[in-house]
Ligand binder design. Structure first.
Ligand SMILES: [Zn+2]
Length: 269
């Protein structure tokens, strides 16, 4: 099968590719219309797009048959990386996370640890198997650094519920001593991404296309698309990983966090 990967960071590429799958709806006439009217081509309000109830679904269908994968980036702080390459991304395994939690906080009274886990039992059911990826690694490092610095949000929430000991230690910061800040690059098969997110990506692309046609830029470089995958992602989708040297730390007033752990069990040689 011919692999075609949609990479949000490669704006020029995906703009140029639109004609291969959506030429029948984004016509010369439509382009001329936008060029004359110069509307604001928002991604969340398609008043600017004539026949949008027809054009949008056609565009989504074209997009998702043209591309085979969406490139997504996952931020994490794993102890080891080999399992991603051997087993893929398995979603949030809350039992594994609870085991890690017990290990990291083995000095804290067991009843406190158990009570924190119990409070989150509901949440673990809701969140089970959910995997978050975004279309830009730069966005992860600059806007969502806590996933890299402190790891799973689930572990952070558990740690926050342990309360504060007499020593004054903020338990959440202890998570910074375990694992290696990592960005995984993953080509997610289009079929593993929920249909609602296909539509979101399509709207973002259409908006960019419209702004160009209308010569009315609304500012690019905001939030990249988000891919929430609820199934296991096979290991052959993992394209690579790296460990950023510097990460913006949202829990320390956005100061830079300097990461000294630049190799792991996979890339360390
Ligand atoms: Zn590594």
């Amino acid at each position: 099968m011919n692999t075609k990967v949609f990479d949000w960071r490669m704006r020029r590429n995906w703009l140029a590719s639109i004609r291969h799958y959506a030429g029948h709806v984004l016509t010369v006439e439509l382009r001329q219309h936008l060029s004359q009217e110069r509307p604001k081509c928002w991604s969340d309000d398609f008043a600017w797009l004539p026949d949008s109830e027809y054009v949008l679904p056609e565009f989504v269908a074209g997009l998702t048959s043209y591309y085979t994968h969406f490139k997504g980036f996952h931020g994490c702080r794993p102890l080891k990386l080999a399992s991603y390459y051997e087993r893929g991304l398995l979603g949030q395994d809350s039992e594994l996370l609870c085991d890690a939690f017990r290990e990291i906080f083995s000095d804290v009274p067991k009843e406190d640890v158990d009570s924190a886990i119990k409070q989150f039992a509901d949440r673990s059911d809701r969140e089970r198997g959910k995997m978050w990826l975004v279309g830009s690694d730069e966005f992860l490092v600059k806007q969502c650094g806590h996933y890299l610095i402190q790891g799973s949000e689930y572990l952070m929430a558990l740690a926050a519920h342990l309360g504060r000991p007499l020593s004054g230690e903020d338990y959440r910061f202890r998570l910074r001593n375990y694992g290696i800040p990592t960005i995984l690059e993953v080509d997610v098969p289009v079929g593993l991404v929920p249909a609602a997110q296909h539509v979101e990506v399509a709207k973002m692309i259409l908006s960019e296309w419209g702004q160009l046609a209308a010569r009315r830029p609304l500012g690019f470089g905001g939030e990249p698309p988000c891919y929430v995958v609820r199934q296991d992602i096979p290991p052959d989708c993992v394209q690579g990983h790296y460990h950023p040297k510097q990460i913006v730390d949202p829990h320390q007033g956005n100061r830079p966090y300097i990461n000294g752990l630049l190799t792991c069990d996979v890339c360390g040689g």
